[in-house]
Design a protein around this ligand. Structure first.
Ligand SMILES: [Zn+2]
Length: 104
């Protein structure tokens, strides 16, 4: 089925919902299940997860990350490095600085 704007919008809402459920889940296993569903919803629409969500779970093992308990976050040069305590993989996200050197 071709994905329509409406279908994408629905998927996005579902993804939002699933991630907020993951944030409130009682156990890490439950949280990861919500992440898994959200990823699948995005895949079905062939869309990327919004950036804000793609940084909240491990793309290697799918674990939902809670700061301080399932992930360690470090800053390196231009990069945020997430170390997943579940699968011991690193995920790096470059952070692009806004290139607004001079005011005018
Ligand atoms: Zn992991």
């Amino acid at each position: 089925m071709p994905s329509t704007d409406a279908a994408r919008k629905n998927a996005l809402e579902l993804i939002r919902d699933l991630f907020s459920q993951a944030a409130e889940a009682e156990s890490p296993a439950d949280a990861s299940r919500f992440v898994q569903k959200a990823r699948r919803a995005a895949q079905r629409q062939r869309m990327r997860l919004p950036k804000e969500y793609s940084k909240r779970f491990c793309r290697h093992c799918g674990a939902y990350w809670k700061q301080g308990s399932s992930v360690r976050v470090r800053l390196q040069k231009q990069k945020v490095v997430y170390y997943c305590l579940g699968c011991r993989h690193y995920t790096r996200h470059p952070y692009v600085r806004e290139k607004k050197g001079k005011p005018f």
